[in-house]
Design a protein around this ligand. Sequence first.
Ligand code: MV4
Length: 497
Amino acid sequence: MFRKVLVANRGEIAVRVIRACQELGVQTVAVYSEADRRALHVRYADEAYFIGPPPPGESYLRIDKLIDVAIRSGADAVHPGYGFLAENATFARAVAEAGLTFVGPSPEAIALMGDKVAARKSAQEAGVPVVPGTPRSLSDDELLAAAERLGFPIMVKAAAGGGGKGMRIVTNPAELPSALQAARREAKGAFGDDRVYLEKLIEGGRHIEIQVLADEHGNAIALGERECSIQRRHQKLLEEAPSPFVDDDLRQRMSETALALVRAVNYTNAGTVEFLVDRDKNFYFLEMNTRLQVEHPVTEMVTGVDIVKEQLRIASGRRLRYTQENIRLKGWAMEARITAEDPYNNFLPSTGKITLLQEPTGPGVRVESGVFEGFEISLYYDPMIAKVIAWGETRGEALLRLRRALQEYRILGIKTNIPFHRRLLDNTNFIGGVYDTGFLENTPELLATSARHHLHPAAIAATLLMHQRRQKALVLVSGTGDRPSLWKIAARREALR
Ligand code: MV4
């Protein structure tokens, strides 16, 4: 195992990686910008080094400074967390060239999966279903012809993109030229690469991803799926594992498909294969994320696998400690991403000093936080300040625990999206597991500022119990306030699709 690991990140994920190192007896080195002098990751690490001004381009994204600190501190490995340089092949290569180990996949795998057109091709060659689309980067004229063949609506995507950046939906041929121009401009600005490709638009799909782990000895396992359809402008807000939509057969097929891709590209370490799943349970490869993901805890809670420790073990050359047969899903987990954003003002980022903070705890509740009372939230970094993850034996118990935890959460000084999450957890379609990637857009009442009431926990529990027994989607007609006598539960006619 490594002696000392440099954590090239900040916030809750830096804290998460430091904790894993501590449990393995590995020393930790934090880096921090001017804005993070008092940050939690600096306090928890064994050593901390100042790397520059608050803008990421002058600190957390400075490969030269990070490598310099790694060498000066005597670290033998670097963990990138997520975001920043986590999927930067140049950084992974620079770490290796400095004689250190990058805790993640090879630079080649990062580069291959970072090129979305090349990733699509690899997937196709491995027998992984992809959305019908263009096979390589084409000129605008070729794209126009290809679009006619594919049929509308289509999606324009950036070859260097991912995560929804540079994406455009086009519903008819007349819109295509301007959409191509806009997508190319956006892609050029964001990635320095204006190549785009087309895919047929899959409507009403769910965003479901498979977590994988692969060691450097040819062993690879899948840790089940995460349901990530609750998103706003390609930012995930809440994730759960397993997915309410996925049955054992679909899970097995998606897992085997994800592992086929892992083997085909000689992928190592932790990774995530993203799929779009349509109403008929057809699934299509979207992209592969070559990093530890924000939502990894829900998988940890239902599998019992510590993904970050496993990353460190794999990077140090050890064999996987699990075979596929060892992986059993137990219970349910749900994660709410807590952001310093005002849900009632278009999710405007909120800044300022946290003047009071009481984080939730208790049975089945895990909080991954990067903040403390007195910490100043700035505009320099991602607004996500913490994640609350609830585990339960059933989906209902996980949901009720998350609800209870968000009720306990006290945070003053900044605005957060906690009230939004509390509404979401009271939405009957969400409670029934009936949602797709269009859910937030199609459910404007989640953002209403009018007075609101909360459902009674027992009403939710009853809804879920009925749902579970009958395998039907149930809709809670009423059941608000503290008067259980008001419950009325109506069975929806159609089975949960
Ligand atoms: C799609 C799609 C539908 N059809 N591609 C979004 C992020 C990136 N990983 C790929 N994404 C999507 N690609 C085709 N051909 C739907 C999404 C998508 C999405 C689209 C609009 C609004 C929310 C979304 C959430 C997840 C995925």
